[in-house]
Structure formats: structure tokens, C-alpha cells
Design a protein around this ligand. Sequence first.
Ligand code: HAM
Length: 354
Amino acid sequence: MRYQRIKGTRDVLPSEIERVNFVKEKARQIFSLYGYREIRTPILEPTELFVHSTGTTSDIVAKQMYTFTDLGKRSITLRPEGTPGVIRAVIENQLSLPQRLYYIEPMFRQERPQKGRYREFNQIGIEAVGIGSPLIDAEVINIGVELLRSVQIINFVVELNSIGCPICRPAFRSALLKFIKPKVVKFCPDCQMRADRNPLRIFDCKNEVCQQLLSDAPSPVDYLCSECRSHYANVKDYLKFYKIEFVENPRLARGIDYYTRTVFEIKDRHLGAQDTIIGGGRYDYLVKELGGPDAPAIGFALGLERLVQSMTQPEIKSGKMKTFFIIPLSASSLPLAINLQQTIVRKCSISLIG
Ligand code: HAM
């Protein structure tokens, strides 16, 4: 009997693993330079955590989670994204704020598999918890950019938007609903449902008809309250200090319910349909929503598989590898050959440390 891997999962073969490790190493170096420390949280979390944070109107919760009932009749979900677990851990372990945290971990989403979209994939993410200043928004985006540059990815575009806060969103929501209502039947069935539950989600729809219908829809930036407007203006100024070029995309909504104010994506210009390598944003109410203190936060996650696909340099040289061949010419020289192998192995490891 021969078995095949489960649809949407991948074997990472030795030929690819050097790149993967190279990226992880660069990420760790850059994150620690900016004061981020690693956190690891369980793959299994209570389903309710994602329902409550990622949100019921997100595609992730609505149709992509691997959820099962365990023997204790609890509903358990395989982590589809890193942010909720990290925030749960910050609260549960009473970590003092602010915290700058990073993670490199597998995630699971039952999406239709295609190039750059898998059911098991890895995210490299950072979360700055307890910091509300727009300066950190620019710093977080800068860290993403620096990471891409460090692995020689240069052909990317940073897209930026602000989707406001609970104070300004109701005005935007009613303007959007007013715009959608007369033509709601022309939208795809998913968007018709979104119009009812969370009209902002319509911006995430990839359907061309829906996108066309939205071409002159109102944008969240036009409805920002004065605090959100000044926060957004500052983020843009600080990005200029970091010399980061960006494009404002008033349709960028990011498909997760917890976002407030700044949202951003970094896209590879050559990657095709699944072109977003990094996605992130501010989520100023999530910590409190999950039972913690009133603490603003922002972060991003990078799709490791997509990033590796974007890397163009032909090979990653570790510079530490040497190959020795020891050929025993007879059975009697085998002990000597093994002895020699062991001496070289020991010598090599000594020279690596020394
Ligand atoms: P996200 O946009 O859902 O955000 O995912 C972030 C990145 O993970 C995407 O841009 C993409 O590169 C990668 N990714 C997502 N789904 C897949 C998939 N099925 N296959 C391969 N790669 C994928 C989040 O997950 C948020 N937690 C990001 C964040 C952190 N926001 C604030 N802090």
C-alpha cells in the first residue's frame, strides 16, 4: 500500500530546506535587533478563541478552520493564524506590557489549494502588544520590508490603508450600505451575505463583478474620525522617515475582524494570484476583548512558503559545508575508515565552534 500526502500539504525536501532555514535565521536576527523575543503557543486552541478574535465574518472562521470535538467533548481548532494564540498567551501568563513578540510556526486552513496557498503552511509573525503610537506602525512595516530585503526580495509593493475604529466605522458602514443596497442582487451570494453581517468584508471579495460594482463605493479613509485621521497621517510621515515607499489602497480591508486603523500588505509584483507575502495591521481592542487590559497592538505575519517562492537567488551558501569521501578498500580497513570518519567529524565540529 502506498500513501500520498494529504491534499494541500507539502513535503519540504532537503533542496528547499536551506532556503527555509536561511529565512528563519534572517528573521530571528532582525527581530532580535528590534527587541522582539520568540514565543511558541500550542497548535491546538479552543475553537471559541478564533470565533471571538479572528471573527465570525472572516472567511477563516466561516469556512476554513480544521475543527473537531475531542474525547472530552470540547471543540478544538488547529490554529489558522498566530495572533489570537499569542494574545491569549500574553493574557493567560500575565506578561507585563509592552511586549514585542515573534513566532515561526505552522498554521492550518482548509482553503482550495493552489500555488502559494496550502492547507498547512508556516507563518513568521511579530506582534507588538501594548503600544499605540503610530511610530510602531511604521517600525513594524519597516521590519517586514527589512526582512524581505535581507533575503534579496526587492520587487515588492507596500499597500497601506486605515479602516478606522469603532467610533468612525458606523458612519462608513451606513454609507457603504446605502451604496450597496440598490444593487445588492448583482453581488455574488457571499457578498450578499456579507452586506448583511459586515459590509466591509465585501472589499475582500476576489469576484471581478463585485470588484467592478465597488469601483465608486465609499472608502473607510473618507470617514475617519479626527484621531484615526491624525494616526494615519503620522504613520505615513514616519514611513517616509524610514524611506519606505508605499501605495495607499483605499480598498484594502484585510479579511480578519479584529483590525482597527492601520492595515497593510506587502505584495510580490511577480507572484501571481497569491501575491501577498506579508499581511498585518493594528488591532487595538483585541487584548481587552479576550479578557486582558486595555492595550493597543499591531503586528504582521509572513507566509514562509510564498516568501521562499519569491526568492530569486539561485542557491543559499551556508559556507560551512565541506565534503569528505572515505573509501575503505577492504573489509579489514573498515575500522580504520570509521576511526578516520569520527576524527574528521570531531575536528569539523571543533573548528566550527572555534
Ligand atoms: P493573513 O493575511 O491571514 O494574516 O496571513 C498572513 C500571510 O500568511 C499571508 O499574507 C500569506 O503570505 C500567508 N498565508 C495565509 N494563508 C495562507 C495559505 N493558505 N497558504 C500559504 N500562505 C498563507 C494573519 O494571519 C494575521 N494573523 C497577521 C497579523 C499578525 N496581523 C496582525 N498581526
